[in-house]
Design a protein around this ligand. Structure first.
Ligand code: RB5
Length: 148
């Protein structure tokens, strides 16, 4: 699996841990920046990762900012993206099983590097359950397409 990752200066503290987790999982990481702790704008990196997923250059993505919130909101503006802020392994597992989240968002000011690793592994290894959940994802797609 190819996983696009992106972060701002508030999320970069988690990048090494996320890369380590992906390596341990045997996934290929595509690092779309940022690459330093200089202040940058999180929408830039939310968009880069979202487009990589939308355009199938990556199978899924991981975004990081201070809280995970701003960068997830940005990624979610791209059609077909289901980016979920995740703060523990239970949320990570369920957002794959129920929401089929194709991006998870982590907060560098909220969780530790060790927690980030466990979260990435829980999300990556969980499987989408389909069934009744697909009807709900189809409803989200309808909203996205203005059919409400
Ligand atoms: C940047 O200071 C901070 O606002 C950003 O990383 C993020 O937390 C926004 O949601």
């Amino acid at each position: 699996m190819k996983i696009a990752i992106g972060c701002d200066h508030g999320g970069i503290v988690l990048k090494e841990s996320v890369l380590e987790a992906l390596k341990e999982l045997g996934a290929e990481a595509i690092d779309l920046g940022t690459y330093t702790t200089d202040s940058v704008d999180y929408p830039t990196y939310g968009l880069k990762v979202a487009l990589a997923v939308k355009n199938k250059e990556a199978d899924a993505g991981i975004v990081m900012c201070g809280t995970g919130i701003g960068i997830s909101i940005s990624a979610n503006k791209v059609k077909g993206i289901r980016a979920a802020v995740v703060t523990n392994t239970y949320m990570a597992q369920l957002t794959k099983e129920h929401n089929n989240a194709n991006i998870i968002a982590l907060g560098g000011r909220v969780i530790s590097g060790e927690e980030a690793k466990e979260i990435v592994k829980a999300w990556y290894t969980a499987e989408y359950q389909g069934g009744r959940h697909q009807r709900r994802l189809d409803m989200i797609t309808d909203i996205e397409n203005g059919n409400y």
